[in-house]
Design a binder for this molecule. Structure first.
Ligand code: THU
Length: 134
């Protein structure tokens, strides 16, 4: 897997960010086993609670295009941060459901610094089942 190419795809995703309120642009990219990339960006709203993170944009695009966790090789997130950008808690929970626990996740910044982690490292002991619900 070409980590630098994955990071550049996330940076391209970031270019589309719609951030009139925070001005904080985030990009994401998912590399599929078929070689295709699915990009994402954050999309904000004047009703702030409706803002959607770049990671979830990319993951929801992946599902809506008919792909599943088995089709994914890796994912990246990037922002103009000092340290490589780290996903919020909501995105970690969505990653835990829509990606395999072992999926490599690249956390990057605009200086092209990055760190590799996994879904499982980002959200250990994740909530997964509601089997015993009444
Ligand atoms: N944001 C993301 O896109 N991903 C994250 O993991 C953290 C936050 C977005 C949401 C909002 O548009 C802006 O960054 C500021 O929080």
């Amino acid at each position: 897997m070409d980590e630098k190419k994955l990071l550049e795809e996330a940076i391209l995703g970031r270019e589309q960010a719609y951030t009139p309120y925070s001005k904080f642009k985030v990009g994401a990219a998912i590399l599929l086993k078929n070689g295709a990339y699915i990009r994402g960006c954050n999309v904000e709203n004047v009703s702030y609670g409706l803002c959607n993170c770049a990671e979830r944009t990319a993951l929801f695009k992946m599902i809506s295009e008919g792909y599943k966790k088995e089709d994914v090789l890796a994912m990246a997130v990037v922002a103009d941060t000092t340290l490589p950008c780290s996903p919020c808690g909501a995105c970690r929970q969505v990653m835990a459901e829509l990606l395999d626990k072992k999926t490599p996740i690249l956390l990057g910044n605009m200086a092209r610094e990055y760190k590799m982690t996994t879904v499982e490292e980002l959200l250990p002991y994740s909530f997964e089942e509601i089997e015993n619900a009444d």
